[in-house]
Design a protein around this ligand. Structure first.
Ligand SMILES: [Zn+2]
Length: 383
């Protein structure tokens, strides 16, 4: 990370043309319209590369139950957790979900966020998975932040299938995936690989069906137990493997060899009181580590990405510069968009935020409710 004092940034038609010290500004740009950053720190717009943005209801009561000692899996087995949010999300109208998401996105924009990856996964049938992804499509068309949609039909087995896992997987691979791809509603396909969710073999089936129709893989892997999820992410050339709190040495070597981005989600570790991702071991092995919020109503009920960056420093021992890259250029790589998003170099989108801090280290160290003063997407001010 390089801080340029007294810098200038030039953009046209939403795209950066030049950046560097103001004294070196090429003469052809001297008479352009100017906007002052007011002495603030201009950074690439933050990229939240892992959220479950669209859901109805909250689960504050489960938050308290977990504090009192009940485990996440225990709550899920008793009908809480994901299944409870599925019931509430199915009952919510598309318009109600749209309004709720739009409100969250306005708050995220105020924090300096310019791109948000959004997963489905609280619908678990054709109608409601399509409803969630349609909400993302409408948001993409009507509000300013960039939305990257991911299909996560394999988040849990839908309740109406009871124990009939294979029947649900057939619905996912034969109905949901083709419907979503045909309508152009998702860029990636994600699977929750976990003892309480889907096995490696089941994930392979889902990802093979998605890959055959052009969706690249992302994985929720090795969160609550080391189930070999990282090895699978490498095997299927996933664009990212997310969580990885329990990743093994073998898993780390696999991700490094296959150039898979590891996405750390420090809120989940914070809220579950669990071990965080071993980011230092991943970085030492050469695995790029992104930082995201995992915004969801259970294990990460916050979309405050700058706080997640500070937590990546304190919980995972990432340096402020590493956490900052993790929420900008490396996060863009986790979305396969690192050629156009996440940096302030010529050719990149003019997505940036103005932060009231002298440098990245001070910004993430002196944590405040919000240090962001301006947010711009595609050269347009959105906050
Ligand atoms: Zn997640």
């Amino acid at each position: 990370v390089r801080t340029v004092p007294d810098a200038a940034l030039v953009w046209r038609d939403g795209c950066i043309l030049w950046s560097g010290p103001r004294t070196l500004l090429p003469p052809e740009h001297l008479h352009a319209d100017t906007v002052s950053a007011g002495g603030g720190l201009v950074v690439p717009g933050l990229i939240d590369c892992h959220t479950h943005l669209a859901f109805a209801g909250w689960r504050a009561d489960e938050f308290e139950e977990r504090i009192l000692g009940r485990s996440y899996l225990d709550i899920a087995r008793a009908g809480g957790g994901i299944q409870r949010t599925v019931a509430q999300t199915r009952a919510a109208s598309e318009d109600a979900l749209f309004e709720r998401c739009a409100s969250h996105l306005r708050e995220m924009a105020a924090l300096g966020v310019t791109t948000v990856e959004c997963k489905s996964g609280y619908g678990l049938d054709v109608e409601h998975e399509v409803k969630l992804l349609t909400v993302y499509q409408r948001l993409s068309a009507t509000q300013s932040l960039r939305i990257i949609p991911t299909l996560l039909a394999a988040h849990a087995v839908a309740p109406e299938f009871g124990g009939r896992r294979n029947a649900y997987l057939r619905l996912v691979t034969r109905d949901i995936i083709p419907r979503v791809v045909h309508a152009g509603l998702a860029r990636f396909c994600d699977v929750f690989v976990e003892e309480a969710a889907f096995s490696l073999e089941e994930a392979r089936r889902v990802l093979a069906a998605a890959s055959a129709l052009g969706l690249r893989a992302k994985l929720h892997a090795d969160q609550l137990s080391d189930g070999g999820g990282a090895r699978l992410a490498a095997e299927v050339h996933a664009v990212s493997a997310d969580h990885l709190e329990q990743i093994s040495a073998d898993g780390i070597a696999c991700l490094a060899a296959a150039h898979v981005v590891a996405v750390s989600l420090p809120f989940a570790a914070l809220y579950l009181g669990a071990r965080p991702m071993p980011a230092r071991a991943l970085l030492a092995a050469g695995v790029p580590v992104a930082v995201a919020t995992d915004f969801n109503p259970g294990t990460a009920p916050s979309f405050h990405l700058p706080l997640a960056m500070t937590l990546a420093c304190t919980l995972q021992r990432m340096t402020p510069a590493e956490a900052f890259c993790g929420a900008t250029l490396v996060a863009a790589a986790a979305l396969d968009r690192h050629d156009e998003l996440g940096a302030l170099d010529p050719g990149y989108a003019a997505d940036f935020a103005v932060i009231d801090a002298p440098d990245v280290e001070t910004w993430l160290y002196h944590f405040r409710a919000n240090a962001c003063r301006q947010t711009w997407v595609g050269g347009q001010r959105v906050h």
